[in-house]
Design a protein around this ligand. Structure first.
Ligand code: TRP
Length: 470
């Protein structure tokens, strides 16, 4: 049984791969609509706050487990557990991460499929006033959706099958610069064509009167934390896998700092690309069409339609940007499970990728059906299988795994943590990091996790009940 990972063959590979992973649909599709749904500026401020106070420390914990464990997410956790006289059961954290990664892959690919589809739709031109019908129509066709989704999955599996240097590193070297240029181009266009001041104002000003109830406040906090973790790719083994390929000379803290900064920067830039355009055309974020997928697949196409011929150029450019971002993230979503299969079951990379390809396609069919044939098949309190997969992975599993890693590193690995691997020379900083992992992040994450799940799954507003006691 081979469990040792190979290594990136250079020092920038981790930075590129982890940034490519972090910057994805979560930044460009997710962040702007969540900001719009949660009252703009306040959400953005909370998001930045949680990225720094919880996201960054837990991000480092996950990379550390990978770098020290030098293996796939499950074996890394298990071998570090053995090293620290902890139970082998900690491996569950790795397994839960892999489960989350497969479910995310199954719905992420569907959104990415829409993105490719919309690249072509917007190139052909959309007539004003028709974007809403087009969006409804695109979701109703099971076979078309399957075509775009499978195309995307096969493409990302092709890169992963080629290995970490010839596949992932090579692809990232090309995709990431393109992504940054495209984001900047979109921001530039938004500033030139749209209402830049209104955009900035909306994203960065604090409107406390938007919050009316405690339940609402808790929901905004939960959304901000969930978004911070998802956007940073925390909680399903991506960072452990990429960390395990890190050369020993690279330091966890510095490398993590670069990735976290780049990811947050791109989310804010995506907001600065989308909102000025939308405001410039008189669209209102309080309208329904701003929520969820509708922002990118309904509001933006409508905005491009109003631009006429220019929209036929800017529109495809925007969807191309989204596709590039989604592609580099999808590669990283597939890597943990492929690494797991190759190392635990001594499979060739080719064969392991083939297995994961089939799993992914099967799961994606369920989430595609959630848009049409199973649209009304609710799962628990969630509307359909697509919403269920999204919720179960993003809001349920990721925070659990994040807490697990935080507790594992903070409480069990104290003797294993070393200043050299981390690249943290100040004892104060080191103690602060461990303190956050031990206390702050588990308590905070589990509180939010409990409140959020009670609310969503059982419609029970615990916070409100507690406040009413006083
Ligand atoms: N962070 C990516 C995005 O913003 C998605 C992603 C890739 C991810 N790998 C992950 C999310 C691991 C959670 C865990 O779109």
């Amino acid at each position: 049984m081979a469990t040792q990972s190979s290594q990136w063959n250079n020092n920038t590979a981790f930075l590129l791969a982890a940034t490519g992973s972090a910057v994805g649909l979560g930044n460009i599709w997710g962040f702007p609509y969540k900001a719009a749904e949660n009252g703009g500026g306040l959400f953005v401020l909370l998001y930045i706050f949680f990225v720094i106070t919880l996201g960054f420390p837990v991000f480092m914990a996950e990379v550390f487990i990978g770098k020290k464990g030098k293996s796939n997410p499950v074996s890394s956790v298990e071998s570090l557990a053995a090293k620290s006289n902890s139970s082998k059961k900690w491996g569950i954290v790795g397994y839960a991460g892999i489960l989350a990664s497969l479910i995310i892959a199954g719905y992420y690919a569907v959104i990415a499929g829409f993105v490719i589809d919309y690249g072509f739709i917007s190139a052909q031109g959309v007539a004003e006033g028709t974007a809403k019908d087009i969006w409804a129509n695109q979701q109703s066709t099971f076979f078309d959706m399957t075509f775009w989704t499978v195309l995307f999955i096969v493409g990302s599996c092709y890169v992963v099958a080629n290995g970490i240097d010839a596949g992932i590193d090579k692809a990232m070297r090309f995709l990431l610069p393109m992504l940054f240029i495209l984001v900047l181009a979109m921001v530039g266009y938004g500033a030139y064509q749209g209402d830049f001041n209104a955009g900035i104002n909306y994203l960065f000003s604090w409107k406390a009167d938007d919050i009316e109830t405690t339940g609402q406040a808790a929901a905004i906090v939960q959304a901000a934390i969930g978004q911070a973790f998802f956007s940073l790719s925390i909680g399903m083994g991506t960072l452990m896998a990429f960390g395990s390929y890190m050369p020993s000379s690279q330091k966890v803290s510095k490398a993590s700092g670069v990735v976290v900064t780049a990811d947050t920067g791109v989310a804010l830039l995506a907001g600065l690309a989308i909102f000025p355009l939308a405001f410039g055309l008189g669209l209102d974020p309080k309208e329904d069409a701003f929520g969820g997928s509708a922002l990118v697949f309904e509001t933006m196409p409508e905005a491009f339609a109003q631009l006429g011929v220019i929209g036929q150029v800017v529109g495809p450019l925007f969807f191309f940007l989204l596709a590039v971002a989604a592609f580099s993230s999808m590669i990283s979503i597939l890597e943990p499970s492929v690494a797991f299969l190759t190392q635990k079951f001594s499979m060739s990379r080719m064969k392991a990728t083939g297995v994961i390809l089939l799993v992914c396609i099967s799961l994606s069919l369920v989430s595609i059906a959630g848009h049409n044939v199973w649209k009304d098949v609710s799962v628990g309190a969630l509307d359909n299988p697509f919403e269920f997969m999204k919720y179960f992975a993003d809001d349920f599993l990721l925070l659990l795994v994040g807490t697990g890693m935080s507790v594992f590193v903070g409480w069990r690995l104290q003797k294993v943590i070393d200043a050299d691997t981390m690249g943290i020379s100040s004892t104060t900083m080191m103690n602060l990091w461990v303190f956050i992992l031990k206390w702050v992040s588990p308590i905070f994450l589990m509180t939010i996790w409990t409140l959020g799940n009670l609310q969503v799954l059982f419609e029970y507003d615990l916070l409100d009940k507690i406040i009413n006691l006083f």
